[in-house]
Design a protein around this ligand. Structure first.
Ligand code: FES
Length: 113
């Protein structure tokens, strides 16, 4: 009866190892699978990390990091996001879904927030 009134979520947060931090060059990005979704992990030129679900918020095309423009781009309809995940031009109606990046024993790990 108590369980019925306050159901316990058994879903665990997804996490994925990306690579050793010293192998992840600044100004590059990697793609990993997080659960059943694609994730885009970016190491910015200043060495910090950002990560997002790699699906465009317009029609779900896979987005990619443009080091040349230091932004995230969707080639389906020329949608553009900032490296902070904000939708800045084109048809995307919302920011990208952000993920958490941690360094665990020298390895970059991405996970749901
Ligand atoms: S699916 Fe990305 S801009 Fe349309």
């Amino acid at each position: 009866m108590v369980r019925f009134l306050s159901p316990v979520s058994r879903r665990t947060k997804e996490r994925a190892e990306v690579c050793p931090v010293d192998e992840f060059a600044a100004g590059t990005a990697r793609s990993v699978v997080l659960g059943e979704q694609a994730a885009l992990v970016i190491r910015l030129p200043d060495g910090s990390f950002r990560a997002y679900i790699a699906l465009c918020t317009h029609l779900q095309c896979v987005v990619g990091y443009s080091a040349e423009n230091n932004r995230i781009e969707c080639r389906c309809h020329e949608g553009v996001y900032s490296v902070e995940g904000a939708n800045v031009s084109g048809p995307p109606p919302r920011p990208l879904a952000a993920l958490k990046v941690t360094i665990e024993s020298g390895v970059v790990v991405v996970s749901e927030g």
